[in-house]
Ligand binder design. Structure first.
Ligand code: KG4
Ligand code: ZN
Length: 365
């Protein structure tokens, strides 16, 4: 890859959970452009029904070097050409984050490159920017992953207002736990989506948690809760005489309930703020029914930006996109950069009142 003088070529690293990923990005006319992304999904966790933190750290340690080499190779770039390093600094599993942060820090220090620690959820917010030239703030962002559910008013890059988040389980976590209840594999999102497509919509009418708060205009208006819904599915599954037969209908009933709440709150926020754009990010954004329903609810006058599936689930490309933006503004992390399991999101106006839970396992409580 030939380097133009002044052009940015950065390496990005993501190791916050169970994906080991590296990417090479350049800046192209003020926008991030992806040159390569390598994502290695750790399959070791599948047999445990959830991510085992210790195994995740070890797997990152074993594979990160090769993943970085591969990303540089695919981009046709060399270490000498790099102008910066971006790495996920949190939130996530602290041992897993530590592997990426140490690697990124060492590389940047040894080559005297600027280093930027990136917030994982800000990365999810930037993902569509890699594929969609029209994507820019202001918009309402719905970030739904295995560890978080956040509804954000994105007034500008780096200028975020938290409208609401989950009080207990994250949306993706609920998908994973319900998959366990129904005897499906891990991760749960894709299998639940497939089962739900086969299920009947009217067999199980599960509660729509906190949906009624939408009309009350109070502090809980845009908040979510999925723990009670998961318990309702558990009860229904236990009282099913033939789970094999009822599985698809239960998955459909559960998915419909989750999507109803996510779609109603996101659409309400878009309308209340008078925006013409919304985005869905994080692993649950891979769910096609969610995208279809939000688009249908908002109509043709509102754009709904969603990255392709490989950029919705955890990857280093999105970390690079956010990192490029922050490096471009002259931001730098110090050599004392440490990973933080509960790193606060930069530029977030309202402090996070409820601590997001780390995704540890798809245990059913
Ligand atoms: O963003 P992500 O890759 O990792 C975290 O930062 O947590 O999100 C993973 C989550 C998992 O809980 C997974 O079940 C969910 O995203 N997911 C889905 C789908 N694909 C992945 N949820 C619903 N429908 C899907 N198709
Ligand atoms: Zn994520």
């Amino acid at each position: 890859m030939t380097k133009r003088s002044g052009a940015q070529i950065i390496l990005a690293i993501e190791t916050s959970c169970d994906e080991t990923s590296a990417a090479v990005l350049v800046e192209d006319g003020g926008r991030p452009a992806l040159r390569s992304v390598v994502i290695l999904s750790q399959d070791v966790h599948a047999v445990f029904g959830g991510v085992v933190p210790e195994l995740a750290s070890r797997a990152h340690l074993r594979t990160l070097g090769s993943v970085v080499d591969r990303a540089l190779d695919q981009a046709g770039a060399s270490l000498e050409e790099l102008t910066g390093v971006a790495v996920t600094a949190g939130p996530g599993l602290v041992g897993a984050l530590l592997v990426g942060v140490m690697y990124g820090k060492t590389l940047a220090w040894s080559r005297n490159l600027p280093l930027i620690g990136v917030h994982h959820m800000e990365g999810h917010l930037f993902a569509p920017a890699l594929e969609d030239p029209e994507y820019r703030p202001p918009f309402v962002g719905l970030l739904v992953s295995g560890g978080h559910t956040m509804l954000l008013d994105v007034r500008g890059w780096g200028d975020y207002r938290l409208l609401g988040q989950t009080r207990d389980d994250a949306a993706g976590e609920a998908f994973d736990k319900v998959a366990t209840i129904l005897g499906l594999g891990y991760p749960g999102g894709p299998v639940i989506e497939r089962q739900a497509a086969l299920g009947r919509p009217d067999r199980y009418e599960f509660p729509r948690p906190m949906l009624q708060e939408l009309d009350r205009d109070g502090p809980a208006q845009y908040e979510f809760s999925f723990s009670g819904l998961k318990t309702a599915v558990l009860r229904a599954a236990r009282s099913s005489p033939d789970l094999e037969h009822d599985r698809a209908d239960l998955a459909r009933g559960f998915q419909d309930a989750v999507l109803d709440v996510l779609v109603a709150k996101t659409a309400h926020a878009v309308e209340a703020l008078g925006y013409q754009q919304a985005m869905i990010g994080g692993g649950v954004a891979c769910n096609r029914a969610l995208a279809a329903r939000l688009r249908e609810r908002l109509g043709a006058s509102v754009r709904v930006a969603i990255a392709s599936n490989r950029l919705n689930t955890d990857n280093a490309a999105m970390i690079g996109a956010a990192g490029l933006w922050r490096l471009g503004r002259g931001e730098r992390s110090g050599w004392d950069l440490e990973p933080a399991a509960d790193l606060p999101m930069p530029g977030l106006a309202r402090p996070t009142p409820h601590r997001p839970r780390e995704r540890r396992s798809a245990d059913v409580t």
